[in-house]
Design a protein around this ligand. Sequence first.
Ligand SMILES: Nc1nc2c(ncn2[C@@H]2O[C@H](COP(=O)(O)OP(=O)(O)OP(=O)(O)O)[C@@H](O)[C@H]2O)c(=O)[nH]1
Ligand SMILES: [Zn+2]
Length: 359
Amino acid sequence: MSDAAAKPGDSHKVARAIDALRRGWPVACGDAHAMVRILAVETADEQSLAEFDGAKPADILIGAGRAETLKLANQREAATPGAPVRIQREAWHDLAAAIAIADPAFDLNTPLKGPFHALALPQGEALAAALKLARLANLLPAVFVTEAAGGDAVTPADIAAYDDPNDLAIAARARLPVAAAETAEIIAFRHKADAAEHVALLIGTPNGKAPLVRLHSECLTGDVLASLKCDCGPQLSGAMAAMAEQGWGILLYLRQEGRGIGLVNKLRAYALQDQGFDTVDANTRLGFAVDERDFGIAAKMLKLLGQDEIRLLTNNPEKVAGLEAAGIAVRERVEHRHGENAHNERYLATKRDRTGHQL
Ligand SMILES: Nc1nc2c(ncn2[C@@H]2O[C@H](COP(=O)(O)OP(=O)(O)OP(=O)(O)O)[C@@H](O)[C@H]2O)c(=O)[nH]1
Ligand SMILES: [Zn+2]
């Protein structure tokens, strides 16, 4: 098997695998212990599935949160919404049926009948890595899966190392006067594996004190379109105003759209919210964790800026814990409430009641 020779944490292989999944091409994933081949359900077509299936139809791998909606219990780690659940493919599971298993959008119109049979997961590590690969590709965590006999594969170790915050570096910086503050500097960061460029906006002038910091996760709908479904737009401008007023602050604009599930999946979550599910249940019904973000990236950005003691504008204790775990001392949590309206009332109530936000 050639992966014994490959260097661990091979980001080229992961990048190629992500690209392949998005294009609807099969990918081999695993190591010397267990290896599988996968094909993303969302990007498969009749022909690619027929080629992939071979003599025995490939099974379907989904996230445990989605499996719960389908009334499927996982044998392992059923409590983790993102854990893999392997469904035995039955004769009636054609591509359309597989898409209905993967995507909850049509659950209410065409309830899935089942019964579904979950299989044991002897290749658990390879299967968990396969689902992480689909998530890194911003696809639904749902893939066709079949055993692979060996050959060149992307390994769980490659995938685990792929989004390592230590691979982040400052790429460019320039003065950027903004409406909130004429004295400001923008700094762009690049990650060797990821095309998404994170940004820091330094507002005002360092004064030797712990800066006021805001971790803002990208929200195209809120930041650009002024969506009323969330509080992101007003929180963004509110953070810049607070920093300008204090004379020294750092806004981190993190390219973690939709709490890390990507724009398309966030809009799928919105469609589920139109059906009555809240923001937490919408994420888990899609097979994602409630929050897929990794605040290690933000911590690394702060360290590259020479700041390891901060005051944080947030209502989310997970942000404080995530930064502290990554070596940033959060000296103070500063409440950050902005932009409540009739459309985001339920969203904010869900944050307060179900995700521990201090609202
Ligand atoms: N998946 C998903 N993401 C959402 C939803 N609504 C907003 N978001 C995303 O949530 C992120 C905004 O989170 P933040 O502003 O960091 O808010 P927070 O984690 O609640 O914490 P604070 O605002 O700091 O208290 C953005 O990436 C949005 O795109 C939703 O219903 N589903
Ligand atoms: Zn938003």
